[in-house]
Design a protein around this ligand. Structure first.
Ligand code: ADP
Ligand code: MG
Length: 708
C-alpha cells in the first residue's frame, strides 16, 4: 500500500472506513492527512472500563452493564412516538433500555443476544436506561469495542461526523499508521526524560489502556510541543549572524556615567550593565531583553549601551511608545550626554515638518549621535549613517514588525529591548526564547513605599479628602479613568435598576476622564489647579500640560492609562484609580509605579465598583503584593497568557497540548534538551535528529511568533 509515503502527506481518505465524502467533512476539523487524524486529540474521556451485571447497577450513575436480551418490544405511544424497549438480564437481575423513534433498532436487536449497555440508570423507578450506547457481543466483530469496556475518547466534532465514526477512523489510523510516524524526540532524550515513544503515545492518547498510560501519553505530547518550539528558538539564536560592531571601552564609559549620576548604581544595574557590555564587546549583534520592575532604573542601562556605542564612533537610537516618554528620555539623556559632547536629538510626530526634516538629515549624515523618538523613527525616510545600538523601551507597546523595522535601520546593530513590567519566565521563554535575558530584581534605595488600598465606590469622599490633604501639603495627585469619554454603552440603561454588578460598576461619571475632570474641577476641588491628559489631547497641549505638572503648577492630573508608561514626577503622592477591576494586575502595578518616586510616603487608592469574588481577589492581591515579578505570575495565573499579554503581542504560538502555567517544568526540561541538541548539531544533520529536522521545517507558524 502507501507504506512508503509519509503519513504527513497521506490524505486522510486512505484511512480504512474514511471515504472521500467523510474526508471532506474531516477537513472542517482541520484534519486532512493521516498525521492530522492521529494528532486530532480527544477533548475528554469517559471511564467505561468497569462492566457490571444487571443486579449491580446503581441508579443515577453512568455505567456499563452486560447481559442477555430477554425480551424486546416495539410500540407507538398515543402521541405517535415510536418506542422500542428491551429487557436485559442475567438470571439474577434485570435492566431496561428504551429508545424513542429509532425504528431500525428492531432490525439490530433480538432476543438471545449478548449485549453491553452503557448509560445512566434513571435515579428512581425501575432500573432503566434511556438511549444507552450498546454493543452486541455476537463474536462477529473480532476487534474489541471502541465504545464500551474501556476508557472512551470524545473528540471535537463537526456536523455530520459522529463520535462513533471518529473513533473508528482514528482507531484504524492508529492500527495502521501509529508505528510509521517518525518520533521527533530523539531516543536519548526520551530515555533521559522518561518519555514514552510516539507509537505508545498515539495509541494511548486515543485509546488509553489506563489513566496512567493516558497521562504518560499526554506528558509526552506536551514535551514534544515545547521541544519543537524550543529547537526553533535555539536554532534562531545559533544562526544569528556573525558581524556587527565590537564595542570597546566599557569601563571608561561606566566611569563617566557614574560620575555624572547623582546616585550610586544598584547591584542590579551593575549586573545588567556588565551583561550588556559583554554582549556589545562580542563581534556579533547583542540581542538582549532587559526585565525589571517599574522604577528599577532600566533607563540607566539603556544610557550605558547608547553611550558606549557613541564613544565607539557609532550612532544609537531609543524608541519609546509615547511622546511623553520619548520627551522624558530626551530630557534625561541630554542632561547626561550633552556635557560629554554627545549630540542627542528628538524625533516625534508632533514636530514641525521642517524640524523633523532637519533631524532626519542629522541622523543620515551622522551629525546626531543619538536619536530618541516614537514610532516616527521607523518611517522609511529615517536613515542612519551608522546605527550600532537600538534600544526599544516598553517593548510590549510595539508590534513585532515595528521592532524589526527599527533594527533594520542599522547593519546588524546591537539590540536592547526593555519591558515595562516583569513577564513571567514561562512567557519569556516562549516569546523571547531566542534572546538573552537580563533581570533587575532590586530597586534604587530610598524609594518610598506605596501604600495601596482598595475600596468600593461609596468611599470616594474619603479618597477625595486624602487628596485634599496631600495636595494641601504641596504634593500632587493622579486620577486615572478607564475611558476618555463615556460611550453610549456606559449609560445606565434600564437594566441599571436591576442592580447588576457590572451595570452599577459602569458609572458614566467616573468612567470617563472628561466627565471626572469637569466634575472634580467644579464640585470637588475648585481650589486646586486641575488638568486633563489623554490620548486625544492635542499634541501641542500635551507638552505644556506635562511641563506644568512636572513643575508643580498643576496639582491634579486627570488622565487615562496614558500615564501608565514612564512618566516620572517625584512630587506625586496620591493616585486614585477608578474602576480598578477593569485592569489586569500587572497594569495596576505599572500604574502604581508612577508614584512613590520621591521622598514622600505615597498612596494608591483603587476604586472597584465590582464586588464579585474574582474582582475582590484581584484587589486583595494587588494591595498585598509589592514585587512585580510575583504580581506578574499571579496575573498570568488569573488571566491566562493571551489576556496577560494583550492583543498587541499575541505572538504566542498556539499550544495544543501544553499549558504555559501548568506545564512550566516540562517546558524548562524541553528547552534544555532542545538547546543541547542544537548546540551539538545546529543544522540537525545527524540522522538521529532527522525527524526533529522535518518537524521543525514545517512549523512555519512559528515565524510569526518569535520576538524579532
Ligand atoms: P524604569 O525601570 O521604570 O524605566 P527609570 O529608569 O525611569 O525606571 O528610573 C526611575 C527613577 O529612578 C528615575 O528617576 C531615575 O533617575 C531613578 N534612578 C535610577 N537609578 C537609580 C539609582 N541607582 N539610585 C537612585 N535613583 C535611581
Ligand atoms: Mg522606563
Amino acid at each position: 500500500m502507501q507504506a512508503k509515503k509519509c503519513i504527513r502527506d497521506m490524505p486522510v481518505r486512505y484511512v480504512k472506513g474514511v471515504g472521500p465524502a467523510k474526508a471532506a467533512l474531516f477537513e472542517k476539523l482541520g484534519v486532512s492527512t493521516v498525521y492530522d487524524l492521529l494528532y486530532h486529540l480527544p477533548r475528554r474521556y469517559e471511564d467505561r472500563t468497569r462492566v457490571v451485571t444487571p443486579s449491580q447497577v446503581e441508579p443515577g450513575k453512568p455505567q456499563a452493564v452486560r447481559g442477555k436480551v430477554l425480551k424486546r418490544s416495539g410500540f407507538k405511544a398515543r402521541t405517535g412516538t415510536g418506542i422500542f424497549e428491551i429487557t436485559v438480564g442475567d438470571g439474577k437481575g434485570k435492566v431496561y433500555a428504551v429508545w424513542y423513534n429509532q425504528p431500525f433498532l428492531s432490525k439490530v436487536l433480538s432476543v438471545g443476544q449478548d449485549i453491553v449497555l452503557y448509560g445512566v440508570v434513571e435515579p428512581s423507578g425501575r432500573p432503566q436506561m434511556t438511549h444507552p450506547h450498546f454493543e452486541i457481543e455476537d463474536g462477529s466483530r473480532p476487534e474489541e469495542s471502541l465504545e464500551i469496556g474501556r476508557i472512551v475518547p470524545f473528540y471535537p466534532l463537526t456536523e455530520k461526523v459522529s463520535q462513533r465514526e471518529l473513533r473508528r477512523a482514528v482507531n484504524s489510523a492508529v492500527k495502521c499508521y501509529a508505528s510509521q510516524g517518525k518520533d521527533p524526540i530523539p531516543t536519548r532524550i526520551r530515555a533521559r526524560r522518561h518519555l514514552v515513544d510516539l507509537k505508545f503515545a498515539v495509541e494511548n492518547i486515543h485509546f488509553p489502556r489506563s489513566f496512567e498510560n493516558l497521562s504518560r501519553a499526554h506528558r509526552r505530547f506536551v514535551f514534544e510541543e515545547f521541544f519543537i518550539l524550543q529547537v526553533i528558538m535555539a536554532r534562531r539564536r545559533k544562526n544569528r549572524k556573525k558581524g556587527g560592531v565590537s564595542h570597546t571601552g566599557g569601563d571608561s564609559v561606566l566611569n563617566d556615567l557614574v560620575n555624572l549620576f547623582p546616585f550610586e548604581l544598584t547591584p542590579g544595574q551593575r549586573k545588567c550593565i556588565f551583561e550588556v557590555e559583554r554582549d556589545m564587546a562580542a563581534p556579533k549583534p547583542m540581542y538582549r531583553l532587559l526585565q525589571g520592575d517599574v522604577g528599577s532604573g532600566k533607563t540607566v542601562v539603556a544610557m550605558f549601551a547608547v553611550l558606549l556605542s557613541c564613544r565607539n564612533g557609532h550612532q544609537g537610537v531609543v524608541m519609546a511608545p509615547t511622546e511623553i516618554l520619548a520627551r522624558q528620555h530626551y530630557v534625561s539623556m541630554s542632561k547626561v550626554f550633552m556635557p560629554l559632547g554627545v549630540n542627542v536629538r528628538l524625533l516625534v510626530g508632533s514636530m514641525d515638518p521642517g524640524d523633523r526634516e532637519k533631524i532626519r538629515q542629522e541622523a543620515s549624515n551622522g551629525e546626531a549621535d543619538v536619536i530618541i523618538g516614537t514610532h516616527s523613527l521607523i518611517q522609511q525616510s529615517v536613515e542612519f549613517k551608522d546605527l550600532a545600538i537600538a534600544v526599544i523601551d516598553e517593548q510590549h507597546k510595539f508590534g513585532v514588525e515595528q521592532r524589526k523595522k527599527l533594527i533594520r535601520k542599522g547593519k546588524l546593530p546591537d539590540t536592547l529591548v526593555m519591558t515595562a513590567t516583569p513577564i513571567p519566565r514561562s512567557l519569556v521563554l516562549t516569546l523571547f526564547g531566542d534572546m538573552d535575558i537580563s533581570v533587575m530584581k532590586d530597586k534604587p534605595m530610598g524609594r518610598q513605599e506605596v501604600l495601596t488600598y482598595w475600596t468600593s465606590g461609596d468611599k470616594r469622599e474619603e479618597v477625595y479628602s486624602l487628596i485634599r490633604d496631600e495636595v494641601g501639603n504641596g504634593r500632587q495627585a493622579f486620577i486615572v479613568c478607564p475611558r476618555i469619554k463615556a460611550g453610549p454603552e456606559d449609560s445606565p440603561g434600564p437594566e441599571a435598576s436591576l442592580g447588576g454588578v457590572e451595570r452599577r460598576a459602569k458609572d458614566p461619571l467616573t468612567l470617563s476622564a472628561e466627565n471626572m475632570y469637569s466634575y472634580l474641577k467644579k464640585d470637588i476641588f475648585p481650589e486646586f489647579n486641575i488638568a486633563m491628559l489623554h490620548g486625544r489631547t492635542p499634541v501641542s497641549e500635551r507638552e505644556s500640560i506635562m511641563k506644568g505638572f512636572v513643575e508643580g503648577r498643576i496639582d491634579i492630573l486627570v488622565a487615562t492609562t496614558m500615564i501608565e508608561v514612564g512618566v516620572d514626577v517625584p512630587n506625586v503622592s496620591v493616585m486614585l484609580v477608578e474602576h480598578a477591576q477593569m485592569y489586569g494586575l500587572s497594569q495596576l502595578h505599572q500604574l502604581r509605579g508612577r508614584i512613590g518616586r520621591g521622598k514622600h510616603v505615597s498612596y494608591c487608592v483603587l476604586v472597584s465598583g465590582d464586588d464579585s469574588e474574582s474582582s475582590r481577589q484581584r484587589m486583595e492581591a494587588i494591595t498585598s503584593m509589592e514585587d512585580g515579578f510575583s504580581i506578574a505570575e499571579k496575573d498570568l495565573d488569573i488571566r491566562g497568557p493571551g489576556e496577560f499579554l494583550g492583543t498587541r503581542q499575541s505572538g504566542l504560538p498556539e499550544l495544543r497540548f501544553g499549558d504555559l502555567v501548568r506545564d512550566f517544568a516540562v517546558m524548562e526540561d524541553a528547552r534544555k534538551d532542545a538547546f543541547e541538541i542544537v548546540a551539538e548539531d545546529p543544522e540537525l544533520l545527524d540522522p538521529r535528529n532527522a525527524a526533529v529536522r522535518e518537524r521543525v521545517k514545517d512549523f512555519r507558524e512559528c515565524d510569526r511568533v518569535v520576538s524579532l
